[in-house]
Design a protein around this ligand. Structure first.
Ligand code: CP
Ligand code: NVA
Length: 306
């Protein structure tokens, strides 16, 4: 069974073909063409944490592809009363063609995938956010015309989004310079993969990271599930804000943020609203990327119960 738990689950060739499909679907939609590539297919979406973009883009993606998506809040399922994941996974996969899960712990999604007989897609965990990165690659390709040799400056927390972006950089030939405070580095194993591929550098200095950058990317200082650490994080991340001063160092760089953004913390309102910011195109691209991911995992050789 083929799952999408990590960017590592996709080959470079698969990522390229998903991006090409997303571009085609975006173009068709802009021309008012919607084809039912996933007619009568069902997607279960399980959320242990809140979501705006992931939830809505997956739901509309399934609808526009002729299929159906079910929103399932963790606490409304028997999971919330302690039904084991291994039972839930086997039951839900008897009803639907794929499952998307957003969970606090990556191990929860791994456990679900282990027992699922249909593809499982990671809709965000504490370790990775692979679907976000597919949309981001689509956005970078649109704005910069290529991916290979693009330099991304990551400013702030070496979190789930950063981890998936490192893995994508290693596969697609992008360079990443990550500026984060001590103690907030990306996952050690993932960082090693990026460094061994010769694509990732670490610094403590945001100004150094943004030199010659094509993309400046930031994300919240306090991710979902880390709310108790918020005060400490606010202190530790001082000096890591993406503001106009930092932008002036990298004159050609676009600014990306997976959103939701905390204006006044990791990014200023002025930067979010500036013409360098592509955050809303990036958010829109979640829809086109989700469609391509769903078609890739739900049709052809990956189809399991049709
Ligand atoms: N970027 C992202 O995943 O947003 P949501 O949390 O709103 O889904
Ligand atoms: N790093 C953020 C991403 C939200 C889409 C979080 O995990 O909360």
């Amino acid at each position: 069974m083929k799952h999408l738990l990590s960017i590592s689950d996709l080959s470079t060739k698969e990522i390229i073909s998903i991006l090409e499909l997303a571009e085609k679907l975006k173009d068709e939609r802009e021309k008012g063409i919607l084809k039912e590539y996933l007619k009568n297919k069902n997607l279960a979406m399980i959320f242990e944490l809140p979501s705006t973009r992931t939830r809505i883009s997956f739901e509309i993606a399934m609808l526009e592809l002729g299929g159906h998506a079910l929103y399932l809040n963790w606490n409304d399922l028997q999971l919330g009363r302690g039904e084991p994941i291994k039972d839930t996974a086997r039951v839900i996969s008897r009803y639907v063609n794929a499952v998307m899960i957003r969970a606090r712990k990556h191990s929860t999604i791994e456990e679900f995938a282990k027992y699922s007989s249909v593809p499982v897609i990671n809709g965000l965990s504490d370790l990775e956010h692979p679907c976000q990165i597919i949309a981001d690659l689509l956005t970078i390709k649109e704005k910069k015309g290529k991916l290979s040799e693009i330099k991304i400056a990551w400013i702030g927390d070496g979190n789930n989004v950063c981890n998936s972006l490192i893995l994508a950089s290693a596969k697609l030939g992008m360079k990443m310079e990550i500026a984060c405070p001590a103690g907030y580095e990306p996952n050690e194993n993932i960082l090693k993969i990026g460094m061994n591929a010769g694509k990732v550098k670490l610094t403590r200095n945001p100004k150094e990271a943004v030199l010659n950058a094509d993309v400046i990317y930031t994300d919240v200082w306090t991710s979902m599930g880390q709310e108790r650490e918020r005060d400490k994080r606010l202190r530790d991340f001082q000096g890591y804000q993406v503001n106009m001063e930092l932008l002036s160092i990298a004159k050609d760089a676009i600014v990306m943020h997976c959103m939701p953004a905390h204006r006044g913390e990791e990014i200023t309102d002025e930067v979010m609203e500036s013409d360098r910011s592509v955050v809303f195109d990036q958010a829109e691209n979640r829809l086109h990327a989700q469609k391509a991911i769903l078609i890739h995992f739900l049709s052809g050789k990956y189809i399991s119960n049709s």
